[in-house]
Design a protein around this ligand. Structure first.
Ligand code: KIV
Ligand code: ZN
Length: 531
């Protein structure tokens, strides 16, 4: 094995966590985030001990560029990385975005598999090596820390993969990332690929080997861990496993597997594991992409014991059925939090414990909403608080405001909605519409008042907590064909009809804000989309 001690940074028994929630994760449908949301995620990642934050793909759009630049300017502790294809424009733009980071990194990639070479790039092996080397050299001339990825490494001929990796390291790459871009490999195959590179690339000791696995066969986490066992010392992953198609390896699962099975792996990460659950929840509340109940580590059922035999065992000794404690990953030990007699102090403590930071005026607004909710609902749970906090975090200016709402619906009746909405100039306008149901009627009435036409692509109602008095949270997505873009709206209320109206108006505000800024997101140039 040629694995010399790593040239710089932490000792070889430390696995770096490279989070790509804001880049590969954000590429998943429905996960796009605005600048403020991305900054909030980046702060959370940095505070939980993530080593590298891949903040975006700066050449992809002005929005991506600004997000990477904003994150680079603010974040301390973690490296901030921008993605680039192996061409001068991409690389220069990535550098422009990350240059003021405390620890900047440029990540260049180029596909290497025969299928990508032949059909996408139309390049020979020699041309691919030449382009990869040129890309790494250009990046190295700008930035000390450069990572290279041979896209679709998983389907690349082993001897060619070795050649490209050796050339990239010679050109100055200090991290070589090995993507299973299409999620094709099985764990023993992925592990063998990493082991082969570690054993047979002569200069491999000058770089850190990294894993990057997609979940098309549900094996992203298993493959990444096989990579670690074979010598990889960086894992690329995302919160909740969001990402292209079936997603990327889930950060929380990688981190906890390495922690719980420390004796087996013999390595550690620097992640503060008690931040995992709040981070998962924050991402869900920002994107509206919920995790399934039985999802490992962060799912609602991950620590629930239903069967009598299990409950009995747990009462006698928790280790009978529990390999980690809920508090190890930051799951609140008790669900019941506050009620209408709880004061500011108790609320602030709980919000901080849940991992949120709020400015004073945001906290005051949450406190007022909390009091109003506690009047309607006896018990206010963590999930309810998340929704209230989330409401204060949206940075979309509320140009249109729902003032009042009246609906009639029922068997044998024509569903009708009347809305009163305050326009951006302050005037209150009323209109009414009929629809297939009360929600459809509301959406039509709002459309009449605002003049904003969009197609409803998704409409999800979920109960925030248990119980008949639970808040219903509505998440919806509106697509605007002329802008080739979609916009999310989210709202919660104990009345789901009201929540639907508020969510719709929120999405209309997002459309209005985007139109005011005057630049729709470009959808070209995303990895995996013919680049
Ligand atoms: O899956 C992939 O190959 C990627 C690269 C850009 C690293 O995301
Ligand atoms: Zn990827």
């Amino acid at each position: 094995m040629n694995a010399d001690p790593t040239p710089q940074g932490p000792p070889p028994d430390r696995v770096r966590i490279f989070d790509t929630t804001l880049r590969d994760g954000e590429q998943s449908p429905g996960a796009s985030m605005n600048l403020r949301e991305k900054l909030e995620i980046a702060r959370t990642l940095a505070s939980m001990g993530v080593d590298v934050i891949e903040a975006g793909f700066p050449i992809a759009s002005q929005g991506d560029f600004e997000a990477v630049r904003g994150i680079a300017a603010e974040i301390a502790g973690s490296s901030v990385c921008g993605l680039a294809r192996c061409n001068d424009r991409d690389i220069d733009r990535a550098w422009e975005a990350v240059q003021y980071a405390q620890k900047p990194r440029i990540h260049v990639f180029l596909a290497t598999s025969p299928i990508h070479r032949e059909f996408k790039l139309r390049m020979s092996r020699e041309q691919v090596v030449e382009r990869a080397v040129a890309g790494v050299k250009r990046a190295v001339a700008l930035c000390e820390d450069v990572e290279f990825s041979p896209e679709d490494a998983g389907r690349t001929e082993p001897e060619f993969l070795r050649e490209v990796i050796q050339a990239a390291i010679d050109a100055g790459a200090s991290t070589v990332n090995i993507p299973d871009t299409v999620g094709y490999l099985l764990p023993h195959q992925y592990g063998a690929m990493i082991a082969d590179l570690v054993a047979n690339v002569p200069n491999i000791g000058r770089a850190i080997v990294s894993t990057h696995c997609h979940d098309d066969l549900g094996l992203a986490v298993a493959n990444s861990l096989a990579g670690v066992q074979a010598g990889a010392r960086q894992v690329e992953c995302t919160i909740n496993g969001i990402g292209e198609r079936a997603g990327n390896a889930a950060l929380e699962e990688i981190v906890m597997a390495i922690k719980v099975q420390r004796a087996e792996f013999g390595v550690d990460t620097a992640i503060k594991t008690e931040r995992l659950y709040p981070a998962s929840r924050m991402l869900t509340s920002i994107t509206g992409l919920t995790v399934q109940r039985n999802k490992a580590i962060v799912g609602r059922n991950a620590f629930a014991h239903e069967s009598g035999i299990h409950q009995d065992g747990m009462l006698k000794n928790r280790s009978t059925y529990e390999i980690m404690r809920p508090q190890d990953v930051g799951v609140p030990q008790t669900d019941l939090v506050l009620g209408k007699h709880s004061g500011r102090h108790a609320l602030r403590d709980r919000i901080v414990e849940m991992g949120y930071t709020l400015a004073d005026e945001q906290f005051e607004a949450v406190f007022n909403d909390f009091k109003a909710l506690a009047d309607k609902k006896k018990e206010v749970y963590d999930e309810d608080l998340s929704v209230l906090v989330d409401k204060q975090r949206g940075d979309v200016p509320a140009s249109w405001k729902l003032v009042s709402l009246h609906t009639t619906a029922g068997r044998g009746l024509l569903p009708t909605a009347t809305v009163a909405i305050q326009r951006p100039d302050g005037e209150i306008v009323q209109d009414a519409a009929i629809g297939d149901g009360p929600v459809d009627a509301i959406f039509k009435a709002v459309e009449r008042v605002t003049g904003v036409h969009a197609d409803l692509h998704e409409f999800v109602v979920r109960s925030v907590t248990q119980g008949k008095d639970a808040q219903g949270e509505v998440t919806l997505e509106l697509a605007v064909e002329s802008a080739d873009a979609s916009f999310r709206g989210r709202a919660a209320s104990t009345d789901i009809i009201e929540a639907s109206a508020l969510a719709y108006v929120n999405a209309v505000n997002a459309i209005t804000a985007k139109a005011a800024r005057g630049h729709a997101r470009e959808v070209v140039g995303r990895p995996g989309a013919g680049v």
